[in-house]
Design a protein around this ligand. Structure first.
Ligand code: ATP
Ligand code: MG
Length: 181
């Protein structure tokens, strides 16, 4: 399987300085006072994994995810987040033992995606992640309101979650693409 080794953020929301988190074996718990940026970490992870809806990141417009400045610091012009995965058992179909996925956005709205520091398309990242079961609607990140949503959802909606968890979704995507060609 795929192990997240390291998280790096710069200019994303409250992370005005380059922030690095290394994840060791076992479970990692992040604690801190209210407003210290815990949820911003999960927002950042969601974002780099391809989230396109700013509202799912608790913002209204793209600029809301770029460091907005404080009394002592000027706003930044760019937000960048990287996830460094241990790919030694090749859960991601790439010939590298370490895979770095990076997303960057400028205040102008221009966006960049990178795999191992080479520019790529969003689709390249989505395809790669779907391969490893980290699809867009996957249960990789479960937000506080998600539990209620699952309990209250219609059976057809809930079915999508089970399909994702069972690894069927990628085949459905492929079928759809194949039929389009
Ligand atoms: P809680 O324990 O209440 O859930 P938390 O640790 O999850 O708190 P977050 O929601 O991650 O806290 O962080 C909120 C903080 O991030 C707020 O102080 C907010 O001002 C700051 N913040 C959000 N967006 C930006 C931005 N674009 N620029 C600067 N700071 C930001
Ligand atoms: Mg929070």
């Amino acid at each position: 399987f795929l192990l997240l080794r390291k998280f790096e953020a710069y200019g994303f929301k409250s992370f005005a300085d380059k922030t690095e988190l290394e994840f060791g074996p076992g479970i990692t718990v992040i604690v801190g006072p209210n407003g210290s940026g815990k949820s911003n970490i999960s927002d950042a992870i969601r974002w780099v994994l391809g989230e396109q809806n700013i509202r799912n990141l608790r913002g209204a417009k793209t600029e809301d995810i770029i460091f907005a400045g404080s009394t002592k610091r000027r706003p930044l012009g760019v937000a960048e987040v990287s996830l460094i995965f241990d790919n030694s058992d090749h859960a991601l179909p790439l010939d590298y033992n370490e895979v770095i996925i990076t997303r960057r956005v400028f205040r102008s709205g221009e966006s960049e995606y990178m795999i191992n520091k080479s520019l790529c398309r969003l689709k390249d990242i989505q395809d790669l992640l779907t391969e490893a079961g980290l699809g867009r609607e996957s249960m990789t990140i479960i937000g506080q309101n998600k539990i209620d949503e699952v309990l209250n959802s219609k059976p057809e909606e809930r079915r999508l979650l089970f399909e994702e968890a069972a690894g069927i979704t990628k085949y459905k995507h492929r079928k759809k693409e194949a039929l389009r060609k």
